[in-house]
Design a protein around this ligand. Structure first.
Ligand code: PHE
Length: 468
């Protein structure tokens, strides 16, 4: 046996199906749903984006999630060891590679959360309001205009995010301390709260004068836009990230479920909750965008990090409440995702070596914390910051480019090929159907063996072409 069976007793198990659904949807719902979805939808022109995205959910997202969940329940192991058991050593290699990318993603993911954390604190102290000065940068002039952008740039140029990053890593590790037990406790509080805060923001957004225009923008089909192939590319890549696929996370979480769990049902629940949250986050963000007539300048983060706060800050008295709500939501959604990223890695180390949870966590957290801190260092973020109104996040952009644009998708591609062709899509489907109410048809095999690999390969080659 290639892996360590003695760890079985320590692996942990979810207390209830609800615990698992909350944890998995907490993983899926994250910065991707708020920051990246909104900026993609904005970049591709609202109504052009959501239809391809919706299609991607059914032809790519749900089938791959069914596969990743089933790997967990079939083997009771996390990603590399699950693949190793199902398809042999080459599978295990792909598993570790994907966890390597997970580590890099965690580094910058937590860095962004550090900035969100600072913005949240800043909102409470009214630092984003007109006339406020960022306290950590004496060179910043108090500005009469709404100040969120100045504040954000001040933050990036300061050392505060480094402390915030340590705080976010601390929270994440506390939640992971006793495995499923503490993860479940955390998500039982955090995930429902996320929905409550999102609903507050949506109500605020759509009741603003002009707010519904944003909703129209987001949901009015734009047929010319849909005909653009890069909208589809954006939608397929975003779907993969948003559902936490290709990074071993979902397999690790599913490995704590009983063998006979209904993975079709679980996949539908988790992915619909995720995409539901994404659309309502889109409504909240776009309604504010239109109500405040904001015009976010380039860069993925600019929309959420200063366009929206700037709008919120322009609003009298509500700044503190809504500014706080917006960033609190971001932090919570992000922390429940970071927890899952780290758990995916730590559980793989435990499965492979049989080491204690504490040392597995340390093996992941030490490089992770260092990477997150480096990502936020003022001189790494961007030396020419703020000059042209965009944020050049050098290190983050590089990590994001490789992990998001290639690694994640390549893992998805190889995983589908291995499961579809080496293990056998029909065997996988037979296993799933044994325990599911809704039975998968032969279309599932076609998606896993041909369609999804073809789509992912196309996106990868296309990205390469753009890069060269
Ligand atoms: N799905 C998360 C998000 O949307 C990110 C994530 C990816 C988390 C992969 C875990 C694993 O933000």
């Amino acid at each position: 046996m290639a892996d360590n069976d003695s760890s079985t007793a320590e692996r942990g198990a979810w207390n209830s199906k609800l615990g698992f659904i909350l944890a998995a949807s907490g993983s899926a719902i994250g910065l991707g749903n708020i920051v990246f979805f909104a900026s993609n939808a904005y970049q591709f022109g609202g109504g052009a984006f959501y239809l391809p995205y919706f299609i991607a959910l059914f032809v790519l997202g749900i089938p791959v999630m069914i596969a990743e969940f089933s790997m967990g329940t079939m083997t009771g192991r996390s990603f590399p060891m699950a693949l190793s058991r199902l398809v042999g050593k080459k599978g295990e290699f792909v598993g570790w590679w994907s966890l390597g990318s997970a580590l890099f993603i965690t580094m910058y993911y937590v860095a962004i959360l550090g900035w969100a954390f600072c913005m949240m604190v800043g909102a409470i102290f009214g630092l984003m309001e007109p006339g406020a000065t960022a306290p950590f940068d004496p060179f910043l002039e108090p500005s009469a205009a709404p100040n969120a952008q100045v504040y954000f740039f001040g933050l990036l140029a300061s050392w505060w995010p480094m402390l915030a990053v340590l705080a976010v890593w601390g929270l994440t590790l506390v939640a992971l301390w006793k495995g499923t037990e503490t993860i479940e406790k955390t998500v039982r509080v955090a995930v429902p709260l996320m929905w409550v805060f999102m609903i507050i923001l949506i109500v605020r957004g759509v009741t603003l004068p002009g707010g519904t225009d944003g909703v129209m923008y987001l949901f009015t089909p734009d047929l010319a836009g849909i005909a653009q192939p890069d909208v589809w590319k954006g939608a397929f890549s975003q779907m993969f990230f948003s559902l936490s696929l290709g990074l071993g996370t979902m397999t690790a979480y599913a490995s704590y479920l009983p063998k006979d769990s209904d993975q079709v049902n679980n996949s539908f629940m988790v992915s619909l909750l995720n995409c539901g949250f994404e659309y309502i986050a889109g409504i909240a963000i776009f309604s504010m965008l239109f109500a405040f007539a904001l015009n976010p300048v380039g860069g993925t983060l600019s929309l959420s990090f200063f366009a929206i706060p700037q709008g919120i800050a322009a609003f009298p008295f509500a700044t503190k409440v809504f500014g706080f709500a917006f960033f609190f939501l971001m932090v919570m959604a992000g922390v429940t995702s970071a927890i899952s990223l780290v758990e995916g890695m730590a559980s793989a180390v435990i499965d492979k070596t049989g080491t204690s949870r504490a040392s597995a966590l340390a093996m992941v957290a030490v490089p992770g914390v260092i990477g997150s801190v480096i990502t936020t260092l003022p001189f790494i973020v961007d030396p020419g910051l703020g000059g042209n109104g965009t944020v050049g996040l050098n290190f983050l952009d590089i990590l994001d480019h490789w992990a998001f644009g290639y690694s994640l998708l390549a893992v998805g591609l190889i995983e589908c090929v291995l499961l579809g062709w080496v293990f056998g899509a029909d065997r996988l489907r037979a296993f799933v159907n044994q325990h599911s109410k809704l039975k998968l048809g032969a279309w599932f095999d076609v998606l896993i063996k041909y369609f999804i690999p073809a789509v992912l390969l196309t996106v990868i080659v296309w990205n390469l072409y753009l890069d060269l």
